[in-house]
Design a protein around this ligand. Structure first.
Ligand code: NAD
Length: 508
């Protein structure tokens, strides 16, 4: 096993070194390769992140492998008790981690608190692990024979997570994985990694044994080391579609179970009978919340029939009132984008829209705070299939409007999309909404709800290029993903029924 060094605790010139967490303690990276972490509201570097080598990933896996032997045997009662402790601690300290999220991701503090709360719901679900892991028993399946099923953990499992939910998405993975008796290696986003170390410290404080939860920071080197490691049994991934596909193909090629959630382009259909005020509020909230950096953000409104004009007017009226600024300022409703590159990339879609035939009704490049990586919300009308602004996942505060004549044309747009994460319909017509839920090819559907992220006791996941693998994340499918079944057929000695019989076993 690689020799593990302790990182320096002192901060150099206001820039904090962010190191790995292996076997229950902070471990300084030895690769000599690092990556800067910024506060995007000011465009200033605040952290220097160690990027792991293959050997450092292996050290984390070995720590997890060693811990697994004991952890898998800890009783359900003790594991549940620990989850109640974790729940209490996260709840008590949610503001602390929300501030970490705001300072590295940029989302406003109230939104960061919302992220923690939705993650907490998954932890709360996992407090019921004794019930979740209950199996089946058939007495007297055959004469004198009982049959029962059990679900067991897989071993060491890994999570690779995106920048946009630095605490919640890891919770979607480590909470069910650990509750089921696995040990965990997290490779968080290199853009906002501190929440993962906060989580590691909190889990230790809650009483989680060392080695059950480990963090390795890194880039493609660390990801590939995870995907190829022979001692990792399963990988959960959340991120963009090209990387999700790569992760799924590589992990499964190396014999691992894998669920890889990808990107999205979510359509919100507004029918002519919809409540215009409610639809406009929903579109603005879901398009510009968290600066559009949500995989469930609404990025495309599909206006059916004559709803377009009043709906666009209502959206336009709301945009100038949105307060864009540092997420720590309680007055701010929308923060910056994650990096300067992300800001410039998103701005390029607004820049290019007119040449492609779109109409920029509100240009978010104007009037944004100058320090930091800010844009204001943009609104583009007449966005059509074939345009870059329509086809690409922009992942920023840009809302496109597509006008169509009928419900059927609207559904066709959703179903022709390569993505199938979330979609929503706004209408007062129950029959139309019910037909939509039947027709539409997407994993999560909202009826007058713009961001239909399922509650923790359902599972989260998209269709098509938004998910590679056959299990959605968290909820019942998460428990399924992190366990494997065994069926036991049992008979207790009864000399009266024992004889030599070379025939294939049959029930009697
Ligand atoms: P990303 O794909 O760039 O990164 C995700 C993870 O993959 C990170 O840990 C990163 O270090 C790693 N990675 C990046 N490039 C890699 C490479 N070439 N090889 C190996 N690993 C690599 O995604 P992001 O920018 O951090 O997050 C935004 C994306 O995530 C958006 O596309 C968004 O829709 C998606 N997302 C999806 C969901 C969902 O549930 N479907 C949820 C949140 C975010």
């Amino acid at each position: 096993m690689t020799e593990l060094a302790t990182p320096p605790t002192a901060e150099q010139s206001g820039v904090t070194r962010i190191s790995h967490w292996i076997g229950g303690r902070s471990v300084a990276g030895m690769s000599g390769r690092t990556s800067p972490v910024f506060n995007p509201a000011f465009g200033k570097q605040t952290g220097e992140l160690d990027l792991a080598t293959v050997e450092e990933v292996d050290a984390a896996v070995q720590a997890a492998k060693e811990a697994f032997e004991t952890w898998r045997g800890v009783s359900l009662a003790k594991r549940a008790e620990l989850f109640f402790n974790i729940r209490e601690l996260v709840h008590e300290r949610r503001e602390e981690v929300a501030k970490i999220l705001t300072s590295e991701h940029g989302k406003v503090l109230s939104d960061a608190l919302g992220e923690v709360t939705r993650g907490l719901e998954v932890i709360e679900f996992c407090c019921g692990l004794p019930t979740l892991l209950k199996s089946e028993f058939s007495e007297q399946a055959s004469s004198g024979i009982d049959v029962y099923s059990i679900r067991q953990p897989l071993g060491v499992v890994a999570g690779i997570t995106p920048f946009n939910f630095p605490v919640m998405v890891p919770m979607w993975m480590w909470a069910p994985a650990i509750a089921c008796g696995n040990t965990f290696v997290l490779k968080p986003s290199e853009k906002d990694p501190s929440a993962s170390i906060w989580t590691a410290e909190l889990l230790k404080e809650a009483g989680l044994p060392d080695g059950v939860f480990n963090v390795v920071h890194g880039d493609k080197v660390a990801v590939d080391a995870v995907l190829e490691h022979p001692d990792i049994a399963a990988v959960s991934f959340v991120g963009s579609t090209p990387i999700a596909k790569y992760v799924y193909e590589t992990a499964t090629k190396h014999g691992k179970r894998c669920q890889a959630l990808g990107g999205a382009k979510n359509h919100m259909i507004v029918l002519p009978d919809a409540d215009i005020g409610m639809a406009a509020d929903a579109a603005v909230s879901a398009a510009y919340g968290s600066a559009g950096e949500r995989c469930m953000a609404v990025s495309q409104v599909v206006a059916v029939g004559n709803v377009a004009e009043p709906l666009i007017d209502a959206i336009k009226e709301r945009i100038p009132k949105l307060k864009v600024g540092d997420g720590m300022d309680p007055a701010s409703e929308m923060g910056p984008l994650i990096t300067k590159e992300a800001r410039d990339r998103v701005a390029s879609y607004v820049e290019g829209a007119t040449a492609e035939g779109g109409k920029v009704l509100v240009d978010g490049r104007e009037g944004a705070p100058e320090d930091g990586f800010f844009l204001r919300p943009s609104l583009i009308d007449d966005v059509k299939p074939g345009m870059k602004a329509y086809e690409d996942e922009i992942f920023g505060p840009v809302l496109g409007v597509t006008r169509v004549g009928t419900y059927d044309e609207a559904v066709k747009l959703v179903n022709d999309s390569p993505y199938g994460n979330g979609t929503a319909i706004f209408t007062r017509d129950g029959g139309a909404a019910r037909q939509f839920q039947f027709d539409v090819q997407a994993g999560m559907v909202g009826i007058n709800v713009p961001i239909p992220v399922p509650v923790a006791y359902y599972s989260f996941g998209g269709w098509k290029a938004s998910l590679f693998g056959d299990r959605h994340i968290y909820g019942p499918e998460g428990i399924d993903f992190y366990t494997r079944g065994k069926v036991v057929t049992s008979r207790w000695p009864d000399p009266a029924t024992s004889k030599v019989d070379l025939g294939f076993p049959q029930t009697r």
